[in-house]
Design a protein around this ligand. Structure first.
Ligand code: HAM
Length: 411
């Protein structure tokens, strides 16, 4: 038997219901904030991710599904959504148009990580990207949007916040950190030693406890921010406090993608195990320029749908729609024709297999429809249909016209 690839799941039945329930709720919230849908290709040039997410990041360095296509192009399955949206933003010349552009998207992302609970190789994100707003108010709006979505889903969270500074304050801090780490070089792990030369800031989110013990005393960027970044970070905190959104400062929150500056945030859940980040994002004011667009401030986030699925409890749905079935082989064709007409206005679940009334009622109950509608020999002769309202426990024989006109009212 051929199975799906490791870390790549099918989504169906009840899980798919939760999946689409999340997507429609998140879409509604994003639209309330004035965001518009964007779809970008799953396959992009590898160079796009090298230049945005960064060659020294684990995502690009170790986890890309990268290959040469039949036209000799170096391409890869997107590991995240931001880079593609920025590429589209520049390609459609929206950077030149100026103004504010706000997008949301969802779809599969691919990272060749070691699969475990909450960590897949094909997973789905819901994300938003906002272009053209420099003010930290937009950062707060992003955080509010995640908070609104989680609140409407009834999901509790902790919000972690950090500032990654800008091109003024990050370079001197990076040097301070390199100096600090170099002093402790003998006691840190192999990965951290390598990171000092490639991407020193990433040492701060090393998972090794012995490294974390050392970095507890490392210099902190938030104590070394330039005046501009410092006052923006304070303002961000004030605005969050005013909106009643609690947060904790995590000076080791550096995010795994290189394009961030200033605000970085992550929403974590304490109820899903070690892969606890359910959403992450931040500001990336220099990325449009890095990808050859006009300098444009930008900020966004993405939520991991599979991780949220663990936490989503669907509201109990009431019975909905019509179940239709035949009691004899020679009434099946009529039932199919009537179902087609009824589907012009209503949801109809059709059962082609003739069976007795008791079994039809059981089947209707299983698919949770409001009405169970059955045609047998008698109904065929009389031009009628037998209907039971499974919610109100009433039943009636209706003419075809009465049946088509039925719009969910009690019988
Ligand atoms: P990210 O933190 O890499 O950010 O991913 C966002 C979310 O995707 C994570 O918080 C997590 O819930 C989910 N996720 C990541 N990797 C996996 C995995 N292997 N399996 C299951 N879920 C996963 C980004 O991707 C940025 N593009 C977010 C962003 C948008 N920043 C600005 N705009």
């Amino acid at each position: 038997m051929i199975s799906s690839l490791r870390g790549m799941n099918d989504i169906l039945s009840e899980e798919y219901e939760r999946f689409t329930y999340f997507l429609s709720l998140a879409t509604k919230v994003a639209q309330r904030y004035g965001f518009h849908f964007i779809e970008t290709p799953i396959l992009e040039e590898t160079a796009l991710f090298k230049r945005s997410v960064g060659e020294s990041s684990d995502i690009v360095g170790k986890e890309m599904y990268q290959f040469i296509d039949k036209g000799e192009n170096d391409v890869c399955l997107r590991p995240e959504g931001t880079a593609g949206v920025v590429r589209a933003f520049i390609q459609k010349k929206l950077d030149r148009a100026g103004g504010i552009h706000r997008f949301f998207y969802h779809g599969p992302m691919f990272r060749y990580e070691r699969p475990q609970k909450g960590r897949l190789r094909q997973f789905h994100q819901f994300g938003v990207e906002s272009f053209g707003v420099e003010s930290v108010h937009e950062d707060v709006s992003m955080i509010m949007m995640v908070s609104d979505i989680l609140k409407e889903l009834g999901i509790g969270y902790r919000l972690k916040l950090n500032s990654l500074g800008c091109k003024e304050c990050m370079p001197p801090y990076r040097q301070n950190l390199i100096d600090f780490v170099t002093i402790h070089e003998e006691h840190i792990c192999e990965d951290c030693r390598r990171r000092v030369g490639t991407n020193p800031i990433r040492v701060l989110d090393c998972k090794e406890q012995k490294c974390q013990n050392i970095y507890a005393d490392a210099p902190k960027l938030i104590n070394n921010l330039c005046t501009g970044c410092g006052s923006e970070f304070s303002k961000l905190q004030t605005l969050l406090a005013q909106s009643g959104i609690s947060y904790e400062i995590d000076t080791h929150l550096v995010r795994g993608l290189d394009y961030y500056s200033k605000t970085a945030f992550e929403f974590v859940s304490d109820n899903i195990g070690s892969q606890s980040a359910i959403a992450g994002g931040g500001r990336y004011d220099r990325l449009v320029e890095f990808l050859d667009g006009r300098p444009t401030p930008a900020v966004g986030f993405a939520m991991g749908i599979e991780r949220l699925m663990e936490l989503i409890v669907m509201p109990q749905n009431g019975r909905d729609g019509y179940y239709m079935g035949a009691m004899d082989e020679n009434t099946v064709d009529l039932v199919v024709r009537m179902a087609h007409q009824k589907r012009g206005s209503d949801k109809v679940v059709l059962d082609y297999k003739p069976k007795n009334l008791k079994n039809h009622l059981k089947a209707a109950d299983k698919v949770n429809t409001r009405f169970c509608c059955v045609i047998g020999e008698n109904e065929l002769q009389n031009g009628t249909i037998w209907v039971k309202d499974l919610e109100h426990k009433t039943e009636k024989t209706l003419s075809h016209e009465e049946f088509y006109a039925l719009a969910g009212e009690p019988l």
